[in-house]
Ligand binder design. Structure first.
Ligand SMILES: Nc1ncnc2c1ncn2[C@@H]1O[C@H](COP(=O)(O)OP(=O)(O)O)[C@@H](O)[C@H]1O
Ligand SMILES: [Mg+2]
Length: 306
């Protein structure tokens, strides 16, 4: 759906993007993660044809987006990281205005606006003035706006920034619904925990370079060669610890009550081996699970090295 190759952007002498490559397949929610100033907005603006890169290529739905901006734009819904002021415009009038830009008219338009308001849970605010909405509501309206032309690819620049926890949760739900509707989504954030549950793939950007990208699990595995597994026993914690200590791929063991947190390297087969060894030696294991790290941990780990 989207491919970026060797994208560079200089603002005068300053290099904001240092040749980045990214690929997002259809139907994915791609989390574009990085601290402030990393280059997220610059990348997103270039994807949407709002900024010219210094070098590189962008393909959207196999269209060369830098050569054929008009055609590529039909496929893109862009939600910028700011929301303008709209005096004296009601919520429906606002969506009406954007629909007209795309030549959507009559019953089709009315039905679409109704559906979009329902999608972002603003149906009861249809007659409110835009400027009287809360920040979270404005952002949801902004999201609805970028959907009027039914784009395949959504480019959302920090859609949940400044929202309260409840509005954030709503935003997550909406993104999942959009994915179910078949959209491909790129969503940026500098807050990782915000994206960890909903993204299918991620790319971490730091100082204009992609530090790591890929499937969420793939990235986790790349970042952590080590796996953490948690083993719970009814008793015999010390016996279990003794057995585990003898295993060569076990790197570290922490005891927490009747649980053992065991850091191992290698693949899942090693986890199976551990369980087998404990069971054979009669350790009463009642649970064994792989601890999944959240994106926040990965981010800290990766940017520390960068
Ligand atoms: N118009 C501009 N002129 C000069 N520098 C800019 C401009 N826009 C962004 N930058 C710089 O480029 C870098 C990347 O910015 P940006 O893409 O907005 O990052 P992010 O969205 O990840 O916070 C920052 O250091 C920022 O200061
Ligand atoms: Mg930004």
């Amino acid at each position: 759906m989207l491919e970026i190759i060797g994208l560079k952007k200089n603002y005068k002498k300053f290099t904001a993007l240092n040749g980045i490559d990214l690929k997002v397949d259809e139907g994915q929610i791609f989390g574009f993660i990085g601290p402030n100033g990393a280059g997220k907005t610059t990348t997103m603006k270039i994807i949407c044809g709002l900024l010219k890169p210094t070098d590189g290529q962008v393909f959207i739905n196999n269209i060369d987006a830098l050569q054929d901006i008009r055609r590529a734009k039909q496929y893109i819904g862009y939600m910028p990281d700011f929301f303008g002021v709209y005096d004296n415009l009601k919520v429906t009038e606002y969506l009406d205005f954007y629909s007209s830009i795309y030549g959507i008219k009559g019953n089709e338009k009315e039905k679409m606006i109704e559906d979009l308001l329902e999608l972002v849970s603003l149906t009861d605010k249809a007659d409110f003035f835009v400027d009287n909405l809360s920040r979270g509501m404005k952002q949801k309206l902004c999201l609805a706006r970028c959907l009027v032309h039914n784009p395949k690819l959504l480019v959302l620049d920090e859609p949940a920034s400044g929202m309260d926890p409840r509005a954030r949760a709503d935003m997550k739900k909406i993104l999942n619904t959009l994915r179910d509707m078949g959209k491909t989504i790129i969503v940026s954030s500098h807050i990782l925990s915000e994206l960890s549950e909903i993204c299918t793939s991620i790319g971490i950007i730091s100082n204009g370079n992609i530090v790591i990208s890929g499937d969420v699990n793939e990235v986790t595995n790349k970042v952590y060669n080590n796996k953490i597994i948690e083993i719970e026993v009814t008793d015999s914690v010390n016996k279990a610890e003794k057995i585990l200590k003898e295993i060569d791929f076990v790197n570290d063991i922490n005891q927490i009550g009747n649980k053992l947190e065991v850091i191992i390297n290698g693949d899942n087969d090693n986890i199976r081996k551990i369980l087998k060894m404990l069971v054979i030696q009669d350790v009463p294991v009642i649970s064994l699970s792989k601890k999944t790290q959240n994106l926040e941990d990965i981010f800290l780990e990766v940017t520390k090295e960068a």
